[in-house]
Design a binder for this molecule. Structure first.
Ligand SMILES: Cc1ncc(COP(=O)(O)O)c(C=O)c1O
Length: 392
């Protein structure tokens, strides 16, 4: 095992070693995170709507836990398909206006399972270069050809679509909002290309479900292209504040996935308490428009403060606000300096993002107040000056 030690040293020397951080202390507070004994303003979570500590979700989970027990006991195809799944999937298909829905244990398993169930050796997947790792891994598992197009470059995609006309099955797959960049995919154009070239279209709404669209249905709904999307996927781990993932689509699609998606077939079903927790979160996501309004207003003012200060900030209007620093060591210094000043801001480095684009990925939540976000923006700008990251 010596090689491992050496490789880890090499990663550490290049400021690329990843560390698990956190605290054994409790309790957690909405919008904050504990580091040791210190409370930090959390500008790094995906709890966009501030639901992860919501009493209605917790009460529902507790009630189900007491009634149904701690585990589901088996995979869904054996005896794990308990009533909360049936109720939730019906509600999800109504929410999304789809024929059917299927719950997966998490987004990683949904993406890897769905893609490897849809395509195989003689097929091709057209995938944005910035798509999430779970999509990339799903393509790898499927053994289909991976045709990566430059980020949001529709001309490049069209050239690849032309090149691969002879393939058996064709799938275009994209994040709706890109997780490390916060910008949106060109979904209207993707729907047009899907029609023109007769491909399947899969959209991952992990960072847009719950946030965009009527009742939080997502960006495809907001743009009016929902019915062009064959495979509509999203997670419950981010804006829903719980855990798990969904796929919505036709009855045939869901029937196919029940038969072919290996992470669904060969893994134990989520505990019933998680599933009813998701249902409670769905009620809040649908009803509480004020959370989305608050989130967008906080994100817009935070983004504009950082832009005006001279930071290189990602585009878009999502709650993901990346500040591109470039150098791996410099981004770690920035993150540590912010931590000393009471802000949790995580450095994202290659291979998660391309070489030379290391960044702090700030993300906002409706759990924060204007005052907290304004103070944080001030501290971030002052720290950027001190470290020589901005000149203005
Ligand atoms: C775009 C995207 N898809 C899928 C996932 C995986 O979701 P989960 O955390 O539920 O496994 C993530 C999570 O980080 C993501 O950002």
């Amino acid at each position: 095992m010596d090689w491992m030690e050496k490789e880890l040293e090499r990663l550490n020397d290049a400021s690329l070693e990843r560390l698990l951080r956190g605290s054994a202390a409790t309790p957690q507070l909405p919008g904050y995170t504990l580091r040791g004994e210190r409370l930090l303003l959390n500008l790094a979570s995906n709890d966009y709507l501030g639901l992860a500590q919501h009493p209605a979700i917790i009460d529902q989970m507790r009630e189900t836990l007491l009634a149904e027990g701690s585990g589901s006991g088996a995979s869904r195809l054996v005896t794990g398909n308990r009533w909360p799944y049936i109720v939730l999937e019906e509600r999800l298909s109504r929410w999304q206006g789809s024929e059917a829905a299927l719950v997966f244990a998490n987004g990683y398993m949904a993406n890897s399972g769905v893609i490897s169930a849809l395509v195989g050796r003689n097929d091709v997947v057209f995938s944005d270069r910035f798509n999430h790792a779970s999509i990339v891994d799903g393509i790898g598992l499927s053994r289909a050809e991976h045709a990566r197009y430059r980020h949001n470059d529709m001309e490049h995609l069209e050239a690849l679509l032309n090149k691969h006309q002879d393939k058996r099955r064709k799938l275009i797959v994209t994040d709706a909002v890109f997780s490390m960049d916060g910008d949106a995919a060109s979904l209207v154009k993707l729907a047009e290309l899907k029609r023109k070239y007769g491909t399947m279209l899969m959209v991952d709404e992990a960072h847009s479900g719950g946030i965009y669209g009527e009742c939080g249905r997502g960006l495809c709904n907001e743009l009016g292209i929902q019915h062009e999307v064959d495979i509509h996927m999203g997670t419950f781990s981010k804006s829903f504040g719980v855990y798990g993932a969904y796929v919505c689509g036709s009855r045939t699609l869901i029937r196919w996935l029940v038969n072919k998606a290996r992470p669904l077939i060969y893994s134990t079903a989520l505990p019933p308490s998680i599933v009813t927790g998701i249902a409670a979160a769905l009620s809040l996501v649908e009803a509480e428009q004020w959370r989305r309004e608050r989130l967008f207003s906080l994100s817009a003012s935070f983004r504009s403060r950082l832009l005006h200060a001279g930071f290189k900030v990602g585009t878009g209007n999502s709650p993901i606000v990346p500040v591109i620093v470039g150098d791996n060591e410099a981004v770690l210094r920035f993150s540590k300096a912010l931590e000393r000043k009471g802000i949790e801001a995580v450095a994202i480095r290659p291979p998660t993002v391309p070489e030379g684009t290391a960044r702090i990925r700030f993300s906002l939540t409706a759990a924060h107040s204007d005052k907290e976000v304004n103070n944080a923006a001030e501290i971030i700008c002052a720290t950027g000056h001190q470290l020589g990251l901005i000149r203005r």
